[in-house]
Design a protein around this ligand. Structure first.
Ligand code: PXP
Length: 242
């Protein structure tokens, strides 16, 4: 029988904190929802500690790290957050670009333009034994630069694919991602992906053979309003293994 590749599902829990912070309450609790996601079969939890702390806070990071068997921390090249990452030791340090006025992470990290700073940050993590991942668009120059920083992983930005509406654009964005995954693996990088993934668009991404793990947040939290967190995780898992 042909073996089926199991793509790991990491749940980004940020928007549970967004709802909590909207009213300054203690609920909903990202830790509680993270546990429900793990119980429903998620492989791990991801959180993005932003410079403006608009959703996840330091306390959430510490609690999630202490609870999840696999915890990825997303952050920008911010010295205070790099110091926190060294202290909490996530399973994966995920470097992302950040602009205060953006609603969500809009583009991949410009590794070419920030090569020295990214290389230093990657080295800082790796000297501490924490693997590093760079969130990048599937673009040759960015992938080559990512490999040169010494990072072990890239996370391919699937946002343009998720936002595409015509069949032609969807096909062309998928081609870019297939190319990116192949190229990254050829450069010796391990490949994750994420952003904007939903049950209706995730299957084509899990079919890309180099991709090991998906990071999915907004849609899971949104679907959890109707289905509960367990239902939302199971729905996504089923769509990943269609
Ligand atoms: N990967 C990265 C690097 C992100 O910044 C985000 C959004 O925080 C995601 C994945 C998850 O994207 P979404 O919330 O659209 O599923």
């Amino acid at each position: 029988m042909e073996s089926v590749k199991a793509v790991r599902l990491a749940i980004n829990i940020d928007h549970v904190a967004t709802v909590r912070n909207a009213r300054g309450t203690e609920y909903p609790d990202p830790l509680h929802l993270a546990v429900l996601a793990l119980n429903a079969g998620a492989d791990g939890i991801v959180a993005h500690l932003r410079e403006d702390r608009r959703h996840i806070r330091e306390r959430d990071v510490r609690l999630l790290r202490a609870t999840a068997p696999y915890f990825g921390l997303e952050f920008a090249l911010d010295p205070a957050i790099i110091a926190l990452a060294l202290e909490v030791r996530p399973n994966l340090a995920m470097f992302v670009p950040e602009r205060r006025e953006e609603l969500t992470t809009e583009s991949g990290l410009d590794v070419v333009a920030n090569f020295d700073a990214v290389t230093r940050a990657v080295a800082t993590m790796q000297e501490a034994g924490i693997p590093a991942s760079l969130f990048v668009d599937p673009v040759e120059q960015q992938l080559t630069a990512a490999a040169e920083t010494g990072a072990q992983f890239v996370e391919l930005h699937t946002g343009a694919y998720a936002d595409a509406t015509t069949e032609r654009d969807i096909a062309s964005e998928l081609d870019r991602l297939r190319f990116g995954a192949r190229r990254a693996a050829g450069l010796g990088l391990r490949v994750n992906a994420g952003h904007g993934l939903r049950p209706d668009n995730v299957g084509a991404i899990t079919d890309i053979k180099e991709i090991e793990e998906l990071s999915i947040g907004h849609c899971i939290v949104a679907r959890a309003l109707s289905l509960g967190m367990e239902g939302a995780v199971r729905e996504m898992r089923a769509a990943m293994t269609r």
